[in-house]
Design a protein around this ligand. Structure first.
Ligand code: SAM
Ligand code: FES
Length: 353
C-alpha cells in the first residue's frame, strides 16, 4: 500500500537521516494529508528532543533595497524601475538594534539587496559598532555574494552568521530563475567559502518557483545534506507584480510545510525559520510551520517607514506594524502552538565561535 510505504520512508529518513534521490522524489511527489501529518508529528518529536519547546527569535533589519542583481522572481531586482529605493544609515540601523535589544532580541539579521554603497569599510564599521554596543548579541548578515576575502573581513569585525539561500541546487534550474550573467557556481562557492571561514551558515530555497519539480526539490535536500549548514530558510515563492514571473503561480503552504518536516528529520539540529512568506500565503502559516518542525521566527525590526519598500513579493505581511506590535503578535501566535519564545542568541547546538 502506498501509504504504508511512505510512512516507512519517513521512518527511514528519521533513522538514517538521509534518503536516496528516488525516495525523496517519491515522498515529495506522492503523499497524502495523513502522511504529511505523520511526518509533522515525527518532526515535532525530533525538534523537541533537540530544542525542547523553544522558538528562537531573530530581529530582521532590512538595510537596503538597492540591488545589483536581477533575479526574475524578486521585487527589488534592479530592472524594477517602479521600486521605491531606500537604504538605512548606520544611525538608523543602530536605532533598530536598540529597539530590538529593548524588546529582548539577541540576534540581529541585517539583510539587503546587493548594494555597492555598503563597502567593506562601512560594513565593518557598522559591525564593530553593533558588537561594541551589544556584546551579547549575534550578528547575522544576508547581503548576497561577495569574495571570500570580503566575507573574512566581516567575520573578523564580529559577524557570526551569514544567510545566503542557494535558491536551487540545479544549475539549469538556476539559469531559468536568473539572467545568464548570474552564476550558480559562484553562489554555491560563496556558501563553501562562508563555511570555511567559520560562519554559522544558512542556505535555503523557495518552494514552488517556476520550473521546479519534485526531482529538483530532492536535489535541494541532497545539496543541503552535503553542505551541512546550520540554518535553512525555506518559504513559498510568491509572485511579485513587477517581475518577469508576475503571472506565474506561487508555491503552496502544503508543500512548504512538507519540506520543512523533511528537513527536520534529515538534520535534527537545524535552525529552521517559519518564514514571513509562509505567513503571507496562509494566515496561520507561521504557526503551521512551527508545528511542522520549524524552530525560528524572524520578526521585522526595520523602521515602519521603509517596510513596504522592501517589497520582495506581493502582499507581504507585517509591513504596517511597529516592532513591538510584531513581537507581541508573534508571542501570542507562538504560545498558541504550545511552544514558547526563547530569548538569547539561539546559536546552533554546540556552536562555539
Ligand atoms: N541579497 C541577498 C541574497 O541574495 O541572498 C538577501 C536578500 S534576498 C531578497 C532574500 C531572499 O528572498 C532570497 O534568497 C529569495 O529566496 C527570497 N525571495 C526573493 N523574491 C521572492 C519571492 N518573490 N517570493 C518568495 N521569496 C522571495
Ligand atoms: Fe508582524 Fe504579526 S508578526 S504583525
Amino acid at each position: 500500500m502506498i501509504m504504508a510505504n511512505n510512512e516507512k520512508l519517513i521512518t527511514q529518513l528519521e533513522e538514517s537521516r538521509i534518503l536516496n534521490k528516488e525516495d525523496f522524489v517519491h515522498l515529495i511527489a506522492h503523499h497524502t494529508e495523513e502522511e504529511a501529518q505523520f511526518l509533522f508529528a515525527r518532526a515535532r518529536t525530533v525538534r523537541e528532543r533537540v530544542f525542547g519547546k523553544s522558538v528562537y527569535l531573530r530581529g530582521l533589519i532590512e538595510i537596503s533595497n538597492f540591488c545589483a542583481n536581477d533575479c526574475y522572481y524578486c521585487g527589488i531586482r534592479r530592472s524594477n524601475a517602479t521600486a521605491d529605493r531606500y537604504r538605512l544609515s548606520e544611525e538608523e540601523i543602530l536605532t533598530c538594534c536598540e529597539e530590538g535589544y529593548r524588546l529582548g532580541f539577541r540576534t540581529f539579521v541585517m539583510q539587503g539587496g546587493e548594494d555597492a554603497y555598503f563597502t567593506d569599510d562601512i560594513l565593518t564599521h557598522l559591525i564593530r559598532n553593533i558588537k561594541a554596543r551589544f556584546p551579547d548579541c549575534a550578528i547575522t548578515l544576508s547581503l548576497g555574494e561577495r569574495t571570500k576575502e570580503r566575507y573574512q573581513k566581516y567575520f573578523d569585525a564580529g559577524a557570526d552568521r551569514y544567510l545566503l539561500r542557494h535558491e536551487t541546487a540545479n544549475a539549469q534550474h538556476y539559469s531559468q530563475l536568473h539572467p545568464a550573467w548570474m552564476s550558480h557556481a559562484r553562489r554555491i562557492q560563496c556558501l563553501w567559502d562562508l563555511k570555511e571561514i567559520g560562519y554559522q551558515v544558512g542556505t535555503g530555497f523557495m518552494v514552488g518557483t517556476p520550473y521546479q519539480t519534485a526531482e529538483l526539490l530532492a536535489e535541494d535536500m541532497l545539496f543541503i545534506k552535503e553542505l551541512q549548514p546550520q540554518m535553512v530558510g525555506i518559504g513559498p515563492f510568491v509572485p511579485h507584480h513587477a517581475t518577469p514571473f508576475a503571472n506565474e503561480s506561487g508555491g503552496t503552504a502544503e508543500l512548504t510545510l512538507f519540506m520543512l518536516g523533511l528537513l527536520r528529520l534529515m538534520m535534527p539540529e537545524l535552525l529552521l525559520p517559519s518564514t514571513t512568506a509562509l505567513g503571507t500565503i496562509d494566515k496561520t502559516g507561521r504557526e503551521k510551520g512551527l508545528l511542522a518542525g520549524a524552530n525560528v521566527v524572524m520578526p521585522n525590526l526595520s523602521p515602519v517607514s521603509v517596510r513596504k519598500k522592501y517589497d520582495l513579493y506581493d502582499n507581504k505581511i507585517c509591513t504596517g506594524d511597529e516592532s513591538a506590535q510584531c513581537v507581541n503578535c508573534l508571542e501570542i501566535r507562538i504560545a498558541a502552538t504550545g511552544y514558547r519564545v526563547e530569548l538569547g542568541r539561539g546559536d546552533a547546538p554546540g556552536w562555539k565561535r
